[in-house]
Design a protein around this ligand. Structure first.
Ligand SMILES: [Zn+2]
Length: 137
């Protein structure tokens, strides 16, 4: 695997002595990937950091893994869908207010149920089912 940023750090599976992660000591097996720092220390050998430790380092400075990114994108997609559904509901309630000839509330925290829409609806049914006696009896 090559590093797309072409930095001095390379991902390798083939290592030099001491063939292990400098941070945790996990040993190379020819398939495990390490970050090669391109640096050797006298009497210690080449400096490698395994991908587990590299991920931990990246987390420490605020980066996320591709798995976490994918999970966040899925969550974003879900929230976007919920937002779209909520906008559809607002449009439906706005249409309802217009059809009932009611002022459209400008407080986004107010539920149409709190405004007595159902109560108004019941009153309308009441007035249509029982004829009014009018102001004069
Ligand atoms: Zn390690």
């Amino acid at each position: 695997m090559s590093n797309p940023l072409q930095t001095k750090f390379q991902i390798v599976t083939s290592t030099l002595l001491p063939h292990k992660c400098w941070a945790c000591g996990s040993e190379a097996d020819g398939t495990k990937e390490f970050i090669d720092f391109g640096v050797s220390i006298d009497y210690e050998g080449a400096i490698y950091i395994c991908l587990n430790c590299s991920t931990e380092i990246a987390h420490t400075i605020g980066f996320i893994t591709s798995f976490e990114r994918d999970e966040a994108l899925l969550e974003l997609e879900k929230i976007s869908s919920e937002l779209s559904e909520a906008k559809d509901n607002v449009r439906a309630f706005t249409d309802l207010f217009v059809s009932l000839n009611m002022p459209i509330p400008d407080d986004s925290n107010t539920s149409p149920l709190d405004l007595g829409v159902l109560e108004v609806h019941e009153r309308r049914e009441h007035t249509t089912s029982e004829p009014s006696d009018g102001p004069f009896k």
